[in-house]
Design a protein around this ligand. Structure first.
Ligand code: MBD
Ligand code: FE
Length: 281
């Protein structure tokens, strides 16, 4: 739960918006989309809006509620959150449907590039970081079985569901690190098991969820970006069996291939074995 600490939607939204502007150069990206594509895609989206308005006889009250809400999404900085929760999963599906290697899923709004290398295969965490200790072993290989000396960028929420750099009071790189496989493609990672995550409920995305009678939960998940020379970057998330939200993730980002098989150890920790197969470029 998010009790005891405050992470307002506006604060994490502002951080996510700033992150996106820094990493993705969106204004250059917008110029790169050819005019013919913008023309066709914008018209198709608008046509589906018109169709919805006509079919449901949308009223002026509803139109104005939408307009007020859209203005508020921008003021809250929640466009990254809104788009990654409700749109990105289909973009990811289309972008990766050709792959023969590992299934991936959405990146979400909380990735930060260039996380420092892990020390002793252990992710940075606070003294007494709460959560079940997790030991993860696996390999990175190419689709033809060749071991890859690749790297894994790992980031995840803490036991309260907070991400460093998007919630106050956390060390900068808490639960974020880059891990390297050896020449045999083997890697080992020590971290903790994250908690289920509730997207901020006090901002406009939360308002939409409440107004529609939805819930705000994502199942507990580990985010990864796995890369190796000459191979397509894999962005994925891994999930834990039995999580009540694996079947109704608000972000529609769970796939059966991404659910782990954790083994409880006598010392109370959990061992996981999960390997990655990357597609050659
Ligand atoms: C998350 O942690 C996340 O992974 C996604 C996709 C959206 C909101 C919060
Ligand atoms: Fe996440």
């Amino acid at each position: 739960t998010n009790e005891g600490r405050t992470a307002t939607a506006a604060a994490s939204g502002a951080s996510a918006t700033e992150r996106f502007r820094t990493d993705k150069s969106p204004y250059d990206a917008v110029r790169d989309v050819p005019k013919e594509r913008v023309d066709m895609l914008a018209r198709e989206v608008l046509d589906s809006v018109y169709e919805t308005i006509r079919r449901n006889k949308v009223t002026y009250d509803e139109y104005n509620a939408l307009k007020a809400w859209l203005i508020q999404v921008g003021e809250d900085g929640e466009w990254p959150l809104f788009l990654d929760v409700w749109v990105e999963h289909v973009v990811e599906e289309v972008a990766t449907e050709h792959r023969e290697g590992n299934k991936g899923t959405i990146e979400g709004p909380y990735y930060v590039p260039n996380s420092p290398d892990a020390v002793d295969n252990t992710i940075p965490m606070r003294d007494g970081e709460s959560g079940t200790p997790l030991t993860w072993n696996g390999t990175i290989t190419s689709t033809d079985g060749t071991p890859l000396q690749g790297k894994i960028e790992l980031w995840h929420a803490d036991a309260d569901g907070f991400y460093s750099q998007f919630a106050p009071g956390l060390p900068e790189w808490n639960l974020r690190a880059t891990f390297h496989a050896n020449p045999q493609g083997e890697f080992e990672i020590h971290s903790i098991q994250p908690a289920p995550y509730q997207i901020p409920t006090d901002g406009s995305c939360g308002k939409l969820i409440a107004a529609a009678g939805w819930h705000a939960w994502r199942p507990a998940h580990l985010h990864v970006k796995v890369s190796a020379p000459g191979h397509e970057l894999l962005t994925a998330q891994l999930y834990f069996p039995g999580d009540p939200h694996n079947d109704d993730d608000i972000a529609s980002a769970v796939k059966p291939e991404l659910v782990l098989d954790p083994q409880e150890q006598p010392d109370g920790s959990v061992a996981i074995n999960y390997s990655f197969v990357l597609d050659p470029e």
